[in-house]
Design a protein. Structure first.
Length: 121
């Protein structure tokens, strides 16, 4: 069985919170978390802390993740069977994983003196 996993664009963005160079930011228009490939240093902390495990490491060492195709995700739009649907991140069933990730990351966030990048939604 193949189960595709795509970024849930978490309200509490652990990937962005742990990035030492702040290479992950939230797009104000789409709400998607975007990776600034030029700023990314390839440390992979974002991939390690993602509660869903959807940040992928590229051959050059950087990371890539779903950016919602500028607000119109092609994977859902063109899925031939209709199996993929675009739903708002708040409705995605990732609360349990997010809670675990938050508990694991709390000491790191406290040490950095910062919190998580929260969604404006």
């Amino acid at each position: 069985m193949f189960i595709p996993l795509v970024c849930a664009q978490c309200r509490k963005a652990y990937c962005a919170a742990v990035c030492p160079v702040r290479a992950i930011r939230r797009d104000k228009r789409t709400g998607a978390l975007l990776v600034d490939e030029e700023a990314c240093i390839g440390c992979r902390l974002c991939a390690m802390t993602c509660p869903i495990g959807v940040l992928n490491v590229k051959p050059d060492g950087g990371v890539v993740k779903c950016d919602l195709c500028a607000g119109d995700p092609y994977c859902a739009k063109y899925c031939p069977t209709g199996a993929l649907k675009f739903i708002e991140p708040e409705k995605a069933p990732s609360k349990k994983r997010a809670k675990i990730a938050e508990e694991v990351l709390a000491p790191l966030m406290a040490a950095r003196g910062g919190g998580l990048i929260e969604s404006g939604r």
